[in-house]
Each structure stands twice: as C-alpha cells, then as structure tokens.
Design a binder for this molecule. Structure first.
Ligand code: AMP
Ligand code: MG
Length: 424
C-alpha cells in the first residue's frame, strides 16, 4: 500500500497497527482532519446546533443604558442623610420601555422598576422595601443604601460595543442564540452541515419489512448510525445494505465519496473480510487498518476514499456504536468546524459489583450509574457484555471505562464513567 498516510504513520516509533491504543488512534485521526469551509446564512433560530462561521462583534453596548437592578427609587446618593431618614419629593416614574424625560434634581426621587433606564441626574437606586411613599413624598430609611451607584446596572456591563462576543467555530446552543437575539442579530453564517454517507455490508443483512430466512438478520447498524449522525447535527446519506461483493462495494464507495464529506461503513473489516476491502480502498483512496487495543471494537479502518474521510467500523452492533462514540464522534465534530471539541465528560463512581478484565486493552463496559441518597455516584454493568448484545447499549446510561493496564476490578473500587445521556 504505497500511500502517504501509512508511510507517515509507520515512520513513528510506537506505531503498532496490530495493537493501537485508543488515545493514540484518536490522536492520529485528528491529524488528517481538515474542517469544512463552506458556509450558509441562517436565521438565529435555525442556527441552534450549528457552528458559527465568523466572529460576532457587538454592534452596541449591552445593556444599552444604565438601568435599575431593582424595583425602587432612583435618587442622588449625595441627598441621603447618613444618620437619619431622608425625605424626597416624588417627581415621576420610569417604566420598562418608557424612560423619564426630566432630570432628577436635589431632594427629588423617581419611581423606577427593574430594567428601567436610569433618569438623568440620579446615580443610585433605593429598593422599594426601604422606602415609604404617600404619592408626593418619599421617605427613605436610614442606611437604605451604603454606596453611590448601588442597585444600578452599568451600560455595557454585559457586552461592550466592538467586543468579540463569539469567535468563529463557536457551537450555537440556546444561550448563544439568545445572546445573538439580544444584540439584534437576526441571521448568522454557519458552516454547512457535514454530509455523511453510510452503508452496511454483509450478505446476511435484510431490510426491515422482510421475512428473515435462516441465518439472516435485520440491519440494525444503519439505524443506530443514522441516529447518532442526526444527533451530531450531520446530514446523513443512507446508502443501504451493500453485498459482500467487490464490484458492489466499489460502486458504493465511489458514489459515497462523490457525494459526502465522510463515509462510514459497518462490517467487513474483521479478519477474513478485510482483505478485499483493503485491496479495493488501496485503489480508491488511502486506508489504514488498525486493531485497536480495546473491547469491544477491535478492528477499525480509517482513511480517505476519494476526497472523503473514511471510517470502517466493525459489524457487531455494540462495537459499531462504541467505535462511533470513541473515534467518529470526535472526528465529525472537528470536521464541522468546531473551535473546541468537547471530550465526552468523565466522572468517578463506585463500582457495586466486580468486573473481570484482562490487562492490555481499554474496555468500555455498558453500565448504569445512579446517585445515592448521600449525593455520591455508584455504577454497575448492565450484565452480559457480548459485542452482539445491543440491548446492553439500550439499557445503559453510561460506559465504565477501564484503562489498558487495569485487570479485574473488585466491588467498591472507584472507576471512570462516561455518561451517554445528552451525548451528541
Ligand atoms: P462483520 O464485521 O461483518 O464480520 O460482522 C460481525 C458481526 O456483526 C456479524 O455477526 C454480523 O452479522 C453482525 N453485523 C454486521 N453488520 C450488521 C448490521 N448492519 N446490523 C446488525 N448486525 C450486523
Ligand atoms: Mg460481514
């Protein structure tokens, strides 16, 4: 395989394609990822879940004016007597959206409500609980405020005009959408959605709606892959099931590469099947096959088909999901143009039942964690961990991650847990 990816990689001292550590594979994949450049303009609502393609600079101070942080009275701090109550004359009101147009002079007060624009002349707000008013005179309690400017929000205290609010590559979540709206920005440029073509390989795979013959199974991977891609904000291109036949695979790869930024396959990368996929992809692109030192999900192909990134996931349904989460998710987020790709969060929990494990590989056991009455977290596996048992993923709310060097783990040990809920 005379290709540049493999040549680059095999020059590195610790490159062992037959026992590739998880972190190393992740890091190697990152090197070859060039993020999308193409953009499109969308309304701020439609921008949710997308990646900003330009810096957003604030056109104005937010808030635009000094305003009140309380319901109360806008006054001049200098008017307040430090050692007794102070009587002021009520000269008007401020309502949200309706400022007071006059000026607050000596011994005067203006009724003000939260968010109301500070009237000219006033510098401080007294909260309403510390004042009494009979409609004409306002009596302010002694010590109602202790310093000038109290209970007043300054113009620009949230965002200054001209400041960069969000950089290019920012993920747009509900808070960002709200900030854009607060700046009066109705549309933004975002990177276009990543197009990801995917297909399943295997003569045994049957579409839903057919009656299974002996040895046949329904193709579930295409449904989990479609679902995971959708959650990640990609545009999934479903290419169906492709038979284990070189000509069918070649035309599928060619079509996928011509239409997508990335191509994902499941199946056909285990021992015995991988050879003809290897031969085919050597002609159509550059592909590196690894045996990852992990369980489940040992075989993984990574590379390029034509101009598209290629991920060849194992066929076993659990392995396909685990490798997607551990390698593909991260890569697709980088390709989408995200500035900072969040790692899957990991926390510690106490194991309530023992786990048997051989050292030498990283394991991702399907598990359920829960929060105890005292606020600490415990975790247990979902039981049988075979890589064909897809219900182990469905019943799980987390992976227990056991590092390479770890062996058997007793009950009571503290282990790393990656929650699955909320995972993009
Ligand atoms: P393979 O990697 O092609 O050798 O497949 C490994 C195992 O996963 C076999 O038992 C396959 O039948 C099963 N498998 C492969 N692809 C799928 C799929 N799309 N849906 C469900 N099971 C699959
Ligand atoms: Mg197969």
């Amino acid at each position: 395989m005379a290709d540049s990816m493999l040549r680059d990689l095999s020059c590195e001292d610790d490159y062992d394609p037959d026992s590739m550590p998880v972190d190393r594979a992740r890091e190697l994949i990152r090197r070859y990822l060039t993020p999308l450049k193409a953009t499109e303009r969308v309304g701020v609502r439609a921008a949710l879940g997308r990646v900003l393609a330009h810096d957003v600079v604030s056109p104005a101070d937010i808030p635009a004016h000094d305003n009140s942080a309380m319901d109360g009275w806008a006054i001049r701090f200098a008017d307040l007597a430090p050692l007794r109550e102070t009587r002021l004359t009520r000269i008007g009101e401020v309502f949200a959206g309706r400022p007071f147009t006059g000026v607050v002079g000596p011994a005067q007060a203006v009724r003000i409500f939260t968010g109301g624009v500070m009237p000219r002349g006033a510098d401080t707000v007294v909260m309403q609980e510390r004042a009494k008013d009979d409609g004409a005179t306002v009596v302010i309690a002694q010590g109602a405020v202790t310093k000038q400017g109290q209970n007043r929000r300054a113009a620009g205290e949230d965002i200054r005009a001209g400041a960069t609010v969000f950089p290019r590559g920012q993920a747009l979540r509900p808070a960002e959408v709200g900030v854009l709206a607060s700046l009066g920005i109705a549309e933004v440029d975002v990177f276009r959605k990543l197009r990801v073509a995917f297909f399943s390989t295997g003569d045994e795979l049957m579409p839903l709606g057919t009656v299974l013959g002996e040895g046949q199974i329904y193709d579930s991977n295409r449904y989990t892959v479609h679902a995971m891609l959708t959650r990640l904000g990609c545009e999934p291109l479903d290419m169906g099931v492709i038979r284990d036949d070189p000509a069918a695979l070649e035309s599928a790869f060619t079509l996928a590469a011509a239409n997508a930024d990335a191509v994902i396959t499941t199946g056909g990368v285990s021992v015995g099947e991988a050879d003809h996929v290897k031969a085919l992809l050597a002609r159509l692109g550059e592909v590196v096959f690894w045996k990852i030192a992990m369980k489940p999900g040992r075989p993984l192909a990574y590379g390029r088909v034509g101009g598209a990134h290629f991920f060849g996931l194992p066929g076993n349904p659990v392995s396909a999901m685990v490798t997607f989460y551990q390698f593909v998710r991260d890569a697709l987020l980088v390709l989408q143009g995200l500035r900072e790709v969040p790692a899957i969060p990991t926390f510690k929990a106490t194991l309530t039942s023992p786990i048997r494990k051989a050292p030498g590989r990283t394991e991702f056991q399907r598990a359920r964690f829960s929060r105890d009455a005292d606020g600490s977290y415990t975790v247990r596996t979902t039981g049988e961990q075979g890589s064909g048992i897809l219900t182990s993923m469905a019943y799980a709310n987390a992976f227990i991650v056991l590092g390479t060097d770890v062996g058997d783990v007793p009950a009571g040990a503290v282990v790393d847990v990656q929650p699955l809920d909320g995972l993009t």
